[in-house]
Design a binder for this molecule. Sequence first.
Ligand code: DX5
Ligand code: ZN
Length: 214
Amino acid sequence: MIKIAPSILAADFANLERDIQKVRTADYLHVDVMDGLFVPNISIGLPVVESIRKVTDMTLDVHLMIDRPVRYVERFCQAGADIVTVHVEADSEENTGKALDIIRAQGKRCGVVLKPKTPAEAVLPFLEKCGMVLVMTVEPGFGGQKFMEDMMPKLRQLREWINAKNPACELEVDGGIDPVTCRTVIENGANVLVAGSSVYKAENIPARIMELRG
Ligand code: DX5
Ligand code: ZN
């Protein structure tokens, strides 16, 4: 089954509870954390994750776009994240492995994220312990960007490795997913689709979520 993870980056932060309720027919709630260093933008952090946890039972999929996430992963788990993903570009291989171990020790699902220029091979040291691999289909930092179709070979390669080495692992895509591009990523092996603007700009949000399932 294809899962949809609406990104609250496209929500109205002054009405966040209302905007979370609007997407409750989706599977995961995608929370983009940006530190202004790893990416050239600043979004939300720990206190907001804590507050969101109090108003929804949805699975919180926390995408950390921060430098050296090993410093903060335990606190994001304690704040109420269910899934925490870290960028492989954000620290050494050793520290990325440590971050994943900390998330698992908290009883949460861990995953790694690849920026567009990062090759598929970068997940291999971590694949066995991951519950999620996230392939960016835009440069991380902003919503509303154009989908990068040239990420599809990487997505297919990752689907092959996941099926062979860790079939329980989910394969997520993030960036520029709409009712057209959703079909492309599903064909190429993704099973979790993050969508910000295309969900929140829709007239009928539940219908759009259904449409994105392909
Ligand atoms: C970008 C974020 C995305 C973003 C996607 O850095 O990781 O989750 O919200 O937004 P759309 O769906 O508008 O491309
Ligand atoms: Zn994201």
